[in-house]
Design a protein around this ligand. Structure first.
Ligand SMILES: Nc1ncnc2c1ncn2[C@@H]1O[C@H](COP(=O)(O)OP(=O)(O)OP(=O)(O)O)[C@@H](O)[C@H]1O
Length: 315
């Protein structure tokens, strides 16, 4: 669990972060959102002491991070930035092995971990381990960046706009991969993004910041349904709100498992698709109902336009 108490950062006479207090539970995915310059990156960089706070306390599993030497702390916390920052003259293997090596892991254990991580991010170890960063695409480099950050099994992963420089398709692919990896490893993640849709799709909780202050920390659904008046309302309350609400849930959460036989075959939707994707398919196919299928393609339920309208509506 990460707990931040009354955290502030002053740069000269400018207050970049002001009296920030929040908690993120173990295994949660927390997104920091807010306009440019509101203090998101400064907050993240105080958590791993790349920036020293002017005031306040940061506790990781009840341990005050200021009691640890910064290098030791940073080996327990993964950090991923936009543009990756891979070491250009080291192979992918050497890049991922950096922290395990510093921690004195045995070569055999490092080999296993590098292969495991490359496989997790859908990169064939035999092909990629010996390559250099410039031989990889942006999306592949970003995957290696995340793999490197996870190499020494950190208890916390900090990510600053990790997918900001990627094209929309690659970005979506990496978002899905990261969500799967997070669920698999149960790791706590705090990520900065400019993109509200990304935050809604991925976060368990979203922290909205403005002018260095935390305005609201809530689940995506609570944030959309009960935004605090002012900046948060402006951020989430536009005409997109019903569709964003649909993004917060998966088809499996609202489908009926009773399968009614209908005269025409229904279009299929995956159980783990979002309600927003289901709505888009209903409109595109001009139908009132979809058939829900599992990963093996077996029909497991149905979802209707009526169900979706209720989910996106004002409560
Ligand atoms: N090293 C520094 N010295 C002086 N001012 C700084 C420094 N780092 C950040 N700031 C200022 O602190 C404020 C917060 O910056 P920060 O990078 O945390 O914002 P941000 O929300 O992450 O912005 P962006 O989304 O554009 O990256 C800004 O006004 C910035 O100019």
């Amino acid at each position: 669990m990460i707990e931040v108490k009354d955290l502030s950062k002053q740069f000269g006479d400018h207050t970049a972060v002001k009296n920030l207090s929040f908690k993120v539970e173990s295994g949660q995915f927390c997104m920091l959102v807010g306009t440019s310059g509101c203090g998101k990156s400064t907050t993240l960089r105080m958590l791993n002491r790349l920036i020293e706070p002017s005031q306040g306390q940061i506790l990781i599993n009840n341990q005050d991070v200021t009691t640890l030497p910064p290098e030791q702390l940073r080996r327990r916390i993964g950090y991923v930035i936009q543009g990756v920052g891979l070491f250009p003259h080291r192979t992918i293997y050497q890049n991922i092995a950096t922290v395990p090596k510093l921690l004195g892991w045995k070569k055999a254990d490092i080999d296993i971990r590098v292969t495991e991580l490359l496989t997790l991010f859908k990169l064939d170890a035999a092909t990629f381990a010996g390559k250099y960063p410039h031989q990889l695409s942006g999306g592949e480099q970003q995957r290696v960046g995340v793999a490197r950050a996870l190499a020494a099994k950190p208890e916390l992963l900090l990510m600053d706009e990790p997918f900001g420089a990627l094209d929309p398709l690659t970005r979506e692919l990496l978002q899905d991969e990261l969500l799967k990896v997070q669920q698999l490893l149960g790791i706590t993640i705090i990520m900065v993004t400019h993109d509200l849709e990304e935050a809604i799709k991925m976060a368990d909780v979203i922290a909205v910041m403005d002018k260095g202050e935390l305005l609201q920390l809530d689940t995506p659904e609570a944030l959309l349904r009960q935004p605090r008046a002012g900046f948060v309302q402006e951020l989430v309350g536009g005409s997109e709100r019903p569709l964003r609400l649909l993004s917060t849930k998966q088809v499996s959460q609202i489908m009926t498992t009773k399968i009614t036989v209908v005269s025409h075959p229904l279009p299929n939707i995956h159980a783990d698709a979002s309600l927003r994707e289901a709505m888009a398919l209903l409109i595109w196919e001009q139908v009132e109902q979809l058939q829900v299928v599992d990963a093996a393609g077996h029909a497991i339920g149905q979802v209707s336009m009526h169900d979706l309208l209720q989910q996106g509506a004002r409560a």
